[in-house]
Design a protein around this ligand. Structure first.
Ligand code: PMP
Length: 396
Protein backbone atom coordinates (compact mmCIF):
# COMPACT_ATOMS: atom_id res chain seq x y z
CA UNK A 1 0.00 0.00 0.00
CA UNK A 2 1.34 3.45 -0.85
CA UNK A 3 1.24 6.12 1.79
CA UNK A 4 -1.46 8.76 1.61
CA UNK A 5 -1.62 12.18 3.27
CA UNK A 6 -4.31 10.79 5.59
CA UNK A 7 -2.67 7.88 7.41
CA UNK A 8 -4.13 4.85 5.59
CA UNK A 9 -5.59 3.02 8.59
CA UNK A 10 -9.10 2.94 7.13
CA UNK A 11 -10.06 1.23 3.86
CA UNK A 12 -10.98 3.56 1.03
CA UNK A 13 -14.69 3.87 0.48
CA UNK A 14 -16.74 5.32 -2.36
CA UNK A 15 -18.98 7.39 -0.12
CA UNK A 16 -17.40 10.74 0.59
CA UNK A 17 -20.10 12.75 2.31
CA UNK A 18 -19.83 16.50 2.13
CA UNK A 19 -23.23 17.50 3.52
CA UNK A 20 -25.88 16.13 5.84
CA UNK A 21 -29.48 16.99 6.48
CA UNK A 22 -31.66 15.16 8.96
CA UNK A 23 -31.37 11.42 8.28
CA UNK A 24 -29.62 11.88 4.91
CA UNK A 25 -26.03 12.34 3.79
CA UNK A 26 -24.97 13.71 0.41
CA UNK A 27 -21.81 12.61 -1.41
CA UNK A 28 -19.40 14.76 -3.43
CA UNK A 29 -21.40 13.98 -6.57
CA UNK A 30 -24.72 14.82 -4.88
CA UNK A 31 -25.80 11.20 -4.29
CA UNK A 32 -28.27 10.96 -1.41
CA UNK A 33 -27.78 8.24 1.22
CA UNK A 34 -30.19 7.15 3.94
CA UNK A 35 -27.93 7.26 7.00
CA UNK A 36 -28.73 4.34 9.30
CA UNK A 37 -25.17 4.36 10.62
CA UNK A 38 -25.23 7.85 12.18
CA UNK A 39 -21.45 8.03 12.35
CA UNK A 40 -21.56 4.77 14.35
CA UNK A 41 -24.20 5.87 16.84
CA UNK A 42 -22.90 9.45 17.07
CA UNK A 43 -25.38 11.66 15.19
CA UNK A 44 -28.21 11.05 17.65
CA UNK A 45 -30.05 14.15 16.44
CA UNK A 46 -29.31 13.52 12.78
CA UNK A 47 -27.38 15.97 10.62
CA UNK A 48 -27.68 19.73 10.90
CA UNK A 49 -30.07 19.74 13.85
CA UNK A 50 -30.93 23.44 14.20
CA UNK A 51 -30.68 23.64 18.01
CA UNK A 52 -27.33 21.85 18.05
CA UNK A 53 -25.76 23.85 15.23
CA UNK A 54 -27.04 27.13 16.70
CA UNK A 55 -25.69 26.30 20.17
CA UNK A 56 -22.26 25.54 18.70
CA UNK A 57 -22.23 28.65 16.50
CA UNK A 58 -23.35 30.94 19.35
CA UNK A 59 -20.77 29.50 21.74
CA UNK A 60 -18.02 29.72 19.12
CA UNK A 61 -18.72 33.42 18.79
CA UNK A 62 -18.74 33.91 22.58
CA UNK A 63 -15.89 31.74 23.87
CA UNK A 64 -14.50 28.75 22.04
CA UNK A 65 -11.77 27.51 24.30
CA UNK A 66 -10.22 28.34 27.61
CA UNK A 67 -7.88 26.22 29.71
CA UNK A 68 -9.38 24.07 32.44
CA UNK A 69 -6.87 25.85 34.71
CA UNK A 70 -9.28 28.81 34.83
CA UNK A 71 -12.33 26.89 36.00
CA UNK A 72 -15.26 25.96 33.86
CA UNK A 73 -18.76 27.27 34.51
CA UNK A 74 -19.87 25.52 31.29
CA UNK A 75 -18.40 22.20 32.46
CA UNK A 76 -19.90 22.56 35.92
CA UNK A 77 -23.35 23.18 34.43
CA UNK A 78 -23.37 20.10 32.16
CA UNK A 79 -21.77 17.92 34.84
CA UNK A 80 -24.47 19.00 37.29
CA UNK A 81 -27.20 17.97 34.85
CA UNK A 82 -25.59 14.55 34.32
CA UNK A 83 -25.16 14.08 38.06
CA UNK A 84 -28.83 14.96 38.61
CA UNK A 85 -29.91 12.45 35.93
CA UNK A 86 -27.69 9.47 36.80
CA UNK A 87 -26.06 7.37 39.54
CA UNK A 88 -22.97 9.59 39.31
CA UNK A 89 -21.70 12.27 41.69
CA UNK A 90 -18.93 13.57 39.47
CA UNK A 91 -17.94 13.80 35.80
CA UNK A 92 -14.69 14.18 33.83
CA UNK A 93 -15.19 15.37 30.24
CA UNK A 94 -13.08 13.97 27.42
CA UNK A 95 -12.90 14.31 23.63
CA UNK A 96 -13.61 10.69 22.71
CA UNK A 97 -14.79 7.31 23.88
CA UNK A 98 -11.32 5.85 24.28
CA UNK A 99 -10.33 8.73 26.55
CA UNK A 100 -13.47 8.20 28.62
CA UNK A 101 -12.47 4.54 28.99
CA UNK A 102 -8.91 5.55 29.94
CA UNK A 103 -10.29 7.84 32.62
CA UNK A 104 -12.52 5.01 33.87
CA UNK A 105 -9.55 2.61 34.07
CA UNK A 106 -7.49 5.22 35.92
CA UNK A 107 -10.38 5.99 38.27
CA UNK A 108 -10.71 2.28 39.15
CA UNK A 109 -6.99 1.91 39.81
CA UNK A 110 -6.83 5.08 41.91
CA UNK A 111 -9.81 3.94 43.96
CA UNK A 112 -7.99 0.88 45.24
CA UNK A 113 -4.78 2.86 45.59
CA UNK A 114 -6.61 5.41 47.75
CA UNK A 115 -7.97 2.54 49.83
CA UNK A 116 -4.43 1.29 50.48
CA UNK A 117 -4.79 -1.67 48.09
CA UNK A 118 -2.61 -0.75 45.10
CA UNK A 119 -2.26 -4.44 44.21
CA UNK A 120 -5.94 -4.44 43.19
CA UNK A 121 -5.22 -3.15 39.71
CA UNK A 122 -6.66 -5.73 37.34
CA UNK A 123 -9.90 -5.19 35.49
CA UNK A 124 -11.74 -8.23 34.21
CA UNK A 125 -12.99 -7.49 30.70
CA UNK A 126 -14.79 -9.59 28.10
CA UNK A 127 -14.13 -11.39 24.81
CA UNK A 128 -15.24 -9.50 21.71
CA UNK A 129 -15.45 -6.27 23.69
CA UNK A 130 -14.36 -3.00 22.15
CA UNK A 131 -13.15 -0.11 24.26
CA UNK A 132 -11.23 2.09 21.80
CA UNK A 133 -7.80 2.33 20.16
CA UNK A 134 -5.56 3.96 22.76
CA UNK A 135 -3.00 1.67 24.39
CA UNK A 136 -4.98 1.24 27.60
CA UNK A 137 -8.16 0.60 25.65
CA UNK A 138 -6.62 -2.01 23.32
CA UNK A 139 -5.07 -3.67 26.36
CA UNK A 140 -8.60 -3.98 27.72
CA UNK A 141 -9.79 -5.35 24.37
CA UNK A 142 -8.98 -9.01 23.84
CA UNK A 143 -8.83 -8.92 20.05
CA UNK A 144 -5.64 -9.85 18.26
CA UNK A 145 -6.44 -7.76 15.17
CA UNK A 146 -6.38 -4.59 17.26
CA UNK A 147 -3.32 -5.51 19.31
CA UNK A 148 -0.88 -7.10 16.89
CA UNK A 149 2.39 -5.21 16.72
CA UNK A 150 1.49 -2.80 19.52
CA UNK A 151 2.97 -4.88 22.31
CA UNK A 152 3.98 -4.54 25.06
CA UNK A 153 0.47 -3.69 26.17
CA UNK A 154 -0.64 -2.39 29.51
CA UNK A 155 -0.72 -5.11 32.17
CA UNK A 156 -3.70 -5.40 34.48
CA UNK A 157 -6.45 -6.99 32.42
CA UNK A 158 -8.00 -10.45 32.51
CA UNK A 159 -10.51 -11.72 29.98
CA UNK A 160 -13.68 -13.74 30.45
CA UNK A 161 -16.42 -14.83 28.06
CA UNK A 162 -19.23 -12.30 27.72
CA UNK A 163 -22.41 -13.44 29.50
CA UNK A 164 -20.51 -16.19 31.35
CA UNK A 165 -20.97 -15.09 34.96
CA UNK A 166 -19.29 -18.13 36.50
CA UNK A 167 -16.26 -17.73 34.26
CA UNK A 168 -15.97 -14.05 35.21
CA UNK A 169 -16.29 -14.70 38.92
CA UNK A 170 -13.69 -17.47 38.70
CA UNK A 171 -11.12 -14.86 37.61
CA UNK A 172 -11.49 -12.74 40.76
CA UNK A 173 -8.32 -12.81 42.84
CA UNK A 174 -6.32 -10.57 45.19
CA UNK A 175 -5.36 -8.31 42.26
CA UNK A 176 -8.85 -7.69 40.92
CA UNK A 177 -10.03 -4.06 40.74
CA UNK A 178 -13.40 -4.72 39.14
CA UNK A 179 -15.12 -5.44 35.83
CA UNK A 180 -15.15 -3.38 32.65
CA UNK A 181 -18.11 -4.33 30.48
CA UNK A 182 -20.41 -3.08 27.71
CA UNK A 183 -24.10 -3.78 28.48
CA UNK A 184 -24.51 -4.34 24.73
CA UNK A 185 -21.39 -5.08 22.72
CA UNK A 186 -21.52 -2.77 19.71
CA UNK A 187 -18.44 -3.64 17.66
CA UNK A 188 -18.74 -7.18 19.05
CA UNK A 189 -21.91 -7.77 17.03
CA UNK A 190 -24.75 -6.59 19.28
CA UNK A 191 -24.31 -9.29 21.90
CA UNK A 192 -26.63 -8.18 24.69
CA UNK A 193 -25.86 -8.83 28.35
CA UNK A 194 -28.36 -11.06 30.09
CA UNK A 195 -29.95 -9.64 33.26
CA UNK A 196 -28.39 -12.46 35.32
CA UNK A 197 -24.95 -11.58 33.98
CA UNK A 198 -24.97 -7.82 34.68
CA UNK A 199 -26.84 -8.21 37.96
CA UNK A 200 -24.42 -10.98 38.94
CA UNK A 201 -21.41 -8.76 38.22
CA UNK A 202 -22.97 -5.98 40.32
CA UNK A 203 -23.54 -8.39 43.21
CA UNK A 204 -19.99 -9.73 43.00
CA UNK A 205 -18.64 -6.15 43.09
CA UNK A 206 -20.64 -5.43 46.23
CA UNK A 207 -19.49 -8.64 47.90
CA UNK A 208 -15.81 -8.29 47.03
CA UNK A 209 -15.34 -4.51 47.22
CA UNK A 210 -14.81 -4.25 43.44
CA UNK A 211 -15.92 -1.59 40.98
CA UNK A 212 -18.39 -2.14 38.19
CA UNK A 213 -17.18 -0.04 35.26
CA UNK A 214 -19.58 0.16 32.34
CA UNK A 215 -18.61 1.20 28.84
CA UNK A 216 -21.76 2.86 27.49
CA UNK A 217 -19.92 4.74 24.77
CA UNK A 218 -22.14 3.14 22.10
CA UNK A 219 -25.18 1.93 24.07
CA UNK A 220 -25.71 5.03 26.20
CA UNK A 221 -27.39 8.37 25.74
CA UNK A 222 -30.84 7.30 24.67
CA UNK A 223 -29.82 4.82 21.99
CA UNK A 224 -31.61 1.85 23.60
CA UNK A 225 -34.70 3.83 24.64
CA UNK A 226 -33.43 4.49 28.17
CA UNK A 227 -31.02 7.29 28.98
CA UNK A 228 -28.43 4.60 29.75
CA UNK A 229 -28.59 0.92 28.80
CA UNK A 230 -27.93 -0.28 32.36
CA UNK A 231 -31.35 1.10 33.32
CA UNK A 232 -32.86 -1.90 31.51
CA UNK A 233 -31.15 -4.11 34.09
CA UNK A 234 -32.11 -2.38 37.33
CA UNK A 235 -28.48 -1.91 38.31
CA UNK A 236 -26.10 1.04 38.53
CA UNK A 237 -22.37 1.07 37.85
CA UNK A 238 -19.69 2.74 39.98
CA UNK A 239 -17.93 4.24 36.98
CA UNK A 240 -19.15 4.69 33.40
CA UNK A 241 -17.59 5.75 30.10
CA UNK A 242 -19.83 7.74 27.73
CA UNK A 243 -19.20 9.35 24.31
CA UNK A 244 -20.69 9.27 20.79
CA UNK A 245 -24.31 10.45 21.24
CA UNK A 246 -23.43 12.84 24.09
CA UNK A 247 -22.05 15.40 21.61
CA UNK A 248 -24.32 14.53 18.67
CA UNK A 249 -21.28 14.81 16.39
CA UNK A 250 -19.19 17.21 18.43
CA UNK A 251 -16.17 15.27 19.76
CA UNK A 252 -17.20 14.80 23.39
CA UNK A 253 -17.00 12.02 25.93
CA UNK A 254 -17.32 11.70 29.69
CA UNK A 255 -16.32 9.51 32.57
CA UNK A 256 -18.98 9.44 35.28
CA UNK A 257 -18.36 8.09 38.77
CA UNK A 258 -19.82 7.90 42.24
CA UNK A 259 -18.15 9.94 44.95
CA UNK A 260 -16.80 6.74 46.50
CA UNK A 261 -15.36 5.37 43.25
CA UNK A 262 -13.78 8.74 42.39
CA UNK A 263 -12.12 9.17 45.77
CA UNK A 264 -8.63 8.78 44.28
CA UNK A 265 -9.15 11.33 41.51
CA UNK A 266 -7.85 14.36 43.36
CA UNK A 267 -6.12 17.51 42.13
CA UNK A 268 -3.33 16.77 39.67
CA UNK A 269 -4.21 13.11 39.01
CA UNK A 270 -5.80 13.59 35.59
CA UNK A 271 -6.39 16.24 32.96
CA UNK A 272 -7.07 17.18 29.35
CA UNK A 273 -6.38 20.37 27.44
CA UNK A 274 -9.63 20.35 25.50
CA UNK A 275 -11.81 18.06 27.62
CA UNK A 276 -15.04 19.86 28.47
CA UNK A 277 -14.18 23.11 26.74
CA UNK A 278 -17.00 25.66 26.33
CA UNK A 279 -17.73 24.67 22.73
CA UNK A 280 -18.07 20.99 23.64
CA UNK A 281 -20.25 21.89 26.61
CA UNK A 282 -22.57 23.95 24.43
CA UNK A 283 -23.00 20.94 22.13
CA UNK A 284 -23.56 18.68 25.14
CA UNK A 285 -26.22 20.98 26.58
CA UNK A 286 -28.10 21.19 23.28
CA UNK A 287 -28.06 17.40 22.81
CA UNK A 288 -29.18 16.79 26.37
CA UNK A 289 -32.07 19.25 25.99
CA UNK A 290 -33.38 17.12 23.12
CA UNK A 291 -32.70 13.70 24.67
CA UNK A 292 -34.37 14.75 27.91
CA UNK A 293 -37.24 16.44 26.10
CA UNK A 294 -40.70 15.13 26.78
CA UNK A 295 -41.43 11.84 25.05
CA UNK A 296 -38.03 11.58 23.34
CA UNK A 297 -36.92 8.30 24.89
CA UNK A 298 -40.40 6.84 24.32
CA UNK A 299 -40.03 7.85 20.68
CA UNK A 300 -36.76 5.91 20.50
CA UNK A 301 -38.47 2.85 22.00
CA UNK A 302 -41.40 3.11 19.58
CA UNK A 303 -39.14 3.51 16.54
CA UNK A 304 -36.90 0.70 17.81
CA UNK A 305 -39.90 -1.63 18.15
CA UNK A 306 -41.10 -0.73 14.63
CA UNK A 307 -37.68 -1.23 13.11
CA UNK A 308 -37.17 -4.52 14.91
CA UNK A 309 -40.61 -5.78 13.84
CA UNK A 310 -39.88 -4.82 10.21
CA UNK A 311 -36.56 -6.62 10.30
CA UNK A 312 -38.06 -9.70 11.92
CA UNK A 313 -40.83 -9.81 9.34
CA UNK A 314 -38.25 -9.75 6.59
CA UNK A 315 -36.32 -12.78 7.79
CA UNK A 316 -38.63 -15.52 6.42
CA UNK A 317 -38.63 -13.86 2.96
CA UNK A 318 -34.85 -13.74 2.85
CA UNK A 319 -33.88 -16.67 5.01
CA UNK A 320 -30.98 -17.56 2.73
CA UNK A 321 -29.37 -14.32 3.93
CA UNK A 322 -30.86 -13.14 7.24
CA UNK A 323 -30.67 -15.07 10.48
CA UNK A 324 -31.79 -13.03 13.50
CA UNK A 325 -32.29 -9.55 14.94
CA UNK A 326 -30.33 -8.48 18.01
CA UNK A 327 -30.01 -5.46 20.29
CA UNK A 328 -32.32 -2.97 21.98
CA UNK A 329 -34.09 0.22 20.95
CA UNK A 330 -32.30 1.82 18.00
CA UNK A 331 -29.12 -0.17 18.64
CA UNK A 332 -30.00 -3.10 16.44
CA UNK A 333 -28.10 -5.76 14.57
CA UNK A 334 -29.17 -8.06 11.79
CA UNK A 335 -27.21 -11.28 11.89
CA UNK A 336 -26.52 -12.66 8.42
CA UNK A 337 -25.77 -16.16 7.25
CA UNK A 338 -22.96 -14.66 5.20
CA UNK A 339 -20.20 -12.02 5.37
CA UNK A 340 -21.61 -8.69 6.56
CA UNK A 341 -18.83 -6.44 5.20
CA UNK A 342 -19.68 -7.30 1.60
CA UNK A 343 -23.40 -6.89 2.20
CA UNK A 344 -22.90 -3.53 3.93
CA UNK A 345 -20.82 -2.37 0.94
CA UNK A 346 -23.56 -3.59 -1.42
CA UNK A 347 -26.25 -1.69 0.54
CA UNK A 348 -24.08 1.42 0.39
CA UNK A 349 -22.97 1.28 -3.24
CA UNK A 350 -26.08 -0.17 -4.91
CA UNK A 351 -28.92 1.00 -2.67
CA UNK A 352 -27.55 4.21 -1.08
CA UNK A 353 -28.21 2.82 2.37
CA UNK A 354 -25.63 3.32 5.11
CA UNK A 355 -25.22 0.71 7.85
CA UNK A 356 -22.13 -0.62 9.67
CA UNK A 357 -20.85 -4.16 9.89
CA UNK A 358 -19.82 -5.70 13.20
CA UNK A 359 -17.83 -8.86 13.65
CA UNK A 360 -17.97 -11.10 10.58
CA UNK A 361 -21.69 -11.33 9.98
CA UNK A 362 -23.72 -8.67 11.74
CA UNK A 363 -25.14 -5.57 10.03
CA UNK A 364 -25.51 -2.82 12.60
CA UNK A 365 -28.53 -0.59 12.26
CA UNK A 366 -27.84 2.61 14.21
CA UNK A 367 -30.03 5.38 12.80
CA UNK A 368 -30.27 8.88 14.22
CA UNK A 369 -32.66 8.75 17.18
CA UNK A 370 -34.89 11.33 15.47
CA UNK A 371 -36.06 9.02 12.67
CA UNK A 372 -39.78 8.75 12.01
CA UNK A 373 -41.95 6.05 10.48
CA UNK A 374 -41.22 7.18 6.95
CA UNK A 375 -37.51 6.50 7.49
CA UNK A 376 -38.25 3.05 8.91
CA UNK A 377 -40.39 2.32 5.84
CA UNK A 378 -37.74 3.60 3.45
CA UNK A 379 -35.05 1.56 5.18
CA UNK A 380 -37.15 -1.58 5.12
CA UNK A 381 -37.93 -1.14 1.44
CA UNK A 382 -34.31 -0.55 0.47
CA UNK A 383 -33.08 -3.45 2.57
CA UNK A 384 -35.57 -5.91 1.12
CA UNK A 385 -34.89 -4.67 -2.45
CA UNK A 386 -31.21 -5.26 -1.81
CA UNK A 387 -31.72 -8.68 -0.21
CA UNK A 388 -33.82 -9.83 -3.17
CA UNK A 389 -31.00 -9.31 -5.65
CA UNK A 390 -27.93 -9.88 -3.49
CA UNK A 391 -25.73 -12.81 -4.41
CA UNK A 392 -23.29 -13.74 -1.63
CA UNK A 393 -19.77 -14.60 -2.77
CA UNK A 394 -19.12 -18.32 -2.80
CA UNK A 395 -16.47 -18.00 -0.09
CA UNK A 396 -18.57 -15.83 2.25
N1 PMP B 1 -16.17 1.93 23.65
C1 PMP B 1 -17.14 1.49 22.84
C2 PMP B 1 -18.17 0.56 23.39
C3 PMP B 1 -17.18 1.88 21.50
O1 PMP B 1 -18.15 1.41 20.71
C4 PMP B 1 -16.20 2.77 21.02
C5 PMP B 1 -16.19 3.25 19.58
N2 PMP B 1 -16.79 2.47 18.65
C6 PMP B 1 -15.20 3.22 21.90
C7 PMP B 1 -15.22 2.79 23.21
C8 PMP B 1 -14.12 4.15 21.45
O2 PMP B 1 -14.64 5.41 21.18
P1 PMP B 1 -13.78 6.48 20.32
O3 PMP B 1 -13.66 5.92 18.95
O4 PMP B 1 -14.57 7.75 20.42
O5 PMP B 1 -12.45 6.59 20.99
Amino acid sequence: MTITPLMPVYPRCGVRPVRGEGVYLYGEDGTQYLDFAAGIAVNALGHGHPALTKAIADQAATLMHVSNLYGSPQGEALAQRLVDLTFADTVFFTNSGAEAVECAIKTARRYHHANGNPERHTLITFKNAFHGRTLGAISATDQAKMRDGFEPLLPGFAYAQFNDLEGALALIDANTAGFLVEPIQGEGGLATATPEFLQGLRKACDEHGLLLVLDEVQAGYGRTGKFFAHEHYGIVPDVMAVAKGIGGGFPLGACLATEEAAKGMVIGTHGSTYGGNPLAMAAGQAVLDVIQGEGFLDHVTTMGDRLRASLEQMIPNHDHLFQEVRGKGLMLGLKLKTDSRRFVAFLRDEHQLLTVSAGDNVVRVLPPLVIDESHVAEFTQKLSDAARVYVPASDD
